[in-house]
Design a protein around this ligand. Structure first.
Ligand code: NAI
Length: 328
């Protein structure tokens, strides 16, 4: 057994938490030889429900679960954490304007960014799942000046996985044969799932599909609006698949993306592909030992360019809105 790794999860009593915690505790993130110490953050009224979830974690008797601590103070819960999965966020409720949503989440991610800055371990990595994920990550990193901005990312891995699954279904291929999928931009309806650089069994995916109308009118909207379709069918939002993607993203970040492949991760833009510097924008990245680098030199045609710019424009708007609120 190696040294225990401290993993913080916020919004731990929520729907995603109910799937995520059990996967983390059973070794899905770090394997059977690395004990996990869970640090779970909730708002005060949800602590009782969280105690119930902890009872269930105990009852699973996972050999890899070293300990569980819960609390409502981010400065205590984040103390010494190596990985923070920021899942908890304020959902949009009836009558709430976009500005109200950004403001409510701004307060959460400002406080959590500051707390991580002050008390997290030196090697901390922070993954933001709670929506609006890209802009929440931007707020958190802006409030954590001592943590390198490269340590923050927002989750577009669920969109990435959805795109792979849709492509596999359309082409009758196996998920395992699909590589180099990319989600560009925002985790929102403007995201751009890109088939022009993806491969199926080594062949260009757009060429295999050979149907631009399907790409534009079916594939892209199906991936981008999958969350709404699941709410419509299930009466509740996607939680197990979001938890699974949160694990996939963190695992590949810490342990490395597969050889010859890449993953989608929203990270602070360095201006690559003409995207404004400083936005938290989803790119194709390769990862190695907790570091990532944006895949460079992909050829971008006019169709992809316009989609990439449209989703960047939405992120610029979100950034302007939170800047006006003094959150970044
Ligand atoms: P949920 O509403 O079931 O759970 C959210 C939990 O966060 C609640 O238990 C709430 O008490 C807690 N919370 C709220 N403010 C908090 C704070 N300041 N500190 C700690 N905990 C806090 O929601 P669910 O389904 O678990 O989703 C969580 C978030 O993930 C939502 O914002 C959702 O939109 C987002 N999401 C993101 C996806 C992505 O691909 N990036 C996919 C699916 C969901």
């Amino acid at each position: 057994m190696t040294h225990p790794v401290k993993v913080a999860v916020t919004g731990a009593a929520g729907q995603i938490g109910y799937s995520l915690l059990f996967r983390l505790a059973s070794g899905d993130l770090l394997g059977p030889d690395t004990p996990v110490q869970l640090r779970l953050l909730e708002i005060t009224p949800a602590l009782k429900a969280l105690e119930g979830v902890v009872m269930e974690l105990d009852d699973c008797a996972f050999p890899t679960l070293h300990s569980v601590e819960i609390g409502d103070d981010p400065r205590e819960v984040f103390d010494g954490v190596n990985l923070a999965l920021l899942v908890g966020a304020r959902p949009r409720t009836k009558g709430m304007e976009r500005g109200d949503l950004l403001e409510a989440n701004g307060a959460i991610f400002t406080a959590q960014g500051k707390a991580l800055n002050d008390v997290a371990a030196d090697d901390v990595r922070i993954g933001v799942t709670g929506n609006p994920a890209n802009t929440n990550a931007l707020i958190a990193l802006s409030n954590a000046p001592d943590i390198p901005a490269e340590r923050f990312s927002a989750l577009t891995r669920l969109d990435h996985n959805r795109a792979i699954s849709q492509l596999a279904a359309r082409t009758g291929s196996a998920v395992a044969d699909i590589r180099r999928m990319t989600i560009w931009g925002n985790h929102s309806a403007t995201q751009y799932p890109d088939l022009f650089h993806a491969e199926i069994g080594g062949r260009n995916a757009a060429e295999v599909v050979d149907d631009q109308a399907w790409i534009e009118d079916t594939f892209i909207p199906t991936v981008a609006k999958r969350g709404a379709a699941i709410i419509e069918a299930r009466g509740a939002s996607s939680a197990a698949s979001a938890a699974s993607a949160t694990i996939d993203a963190a695992r590949d970040w810490l342990q490395g993306s597969p050889e010859g492949d890449w993953v989608s991760m929203a990270v602070r833009s360095d201006g690559s592909y003409g995207i404004p510097e400083g936005l938290v924008y989803s790119y194709p990245v390769t990862t190695h030992d907790g570091d990532w680098s944006i895949v460079q030199d992909l050829e971008i045609d006019d169709f992809s360019r316009s989609r990439m710019d449209a989703t960047a424009a939405e992120l610029v708007e979100e950034r302007d809105a939170v800047t006006a609120l003094g959150l970044v």
